[in-house]
Design a protein around this ligand. Sequence first.
Ligand code: NI
Length: 164
Amino acid sequence: MAVLDVLIYPNPALRAEAAEVTDWNEELRKLMTDMWETMYISKGVGLAAPQVGVSKKLIVIEYEGEKHVVINPSIIEEDGFERAEEGCLSFPGVYESVERPAKIRVVYWDEAGARRDEVIEGFLARVFAHEIDHLSGRLFIDRLSPLKKGFIRKKMERQAREKS
Ligand code: NI
């Protein structure tokens, strides 16, 4: 097992469209194991492969003691709206209220390669939607007002400059 580096915004890799997973092989299993380890150490609820620099449609989520490996997902139905505070491992220390669908229907493949078709509600739906956004380079700040987004973008860019 290995703890991977989580990419921090504005790393451009966070904006890339991830590729579909096609092989449920040893490489994929190792990546999953390392992503779980990385997520636990970082105390996150979810982690998407692009956040560790791997451009693949793979997500790990653990919420209320339940683990979800989510591969090649798509949200096929959305219902209602809910607003709640969100953070992201790629934006350390940033928490903002984000509007998301209250309920989603999502199709994906699990770690065994089985197809899942599930209706998810509440905070878990929010986590799924947040992580699925990562697979197409969308970030939670994109769902804030332009003013808030600009403020966070500038702050994160300044932090990145100070570190380098
Ligand atoms: Ni995130």
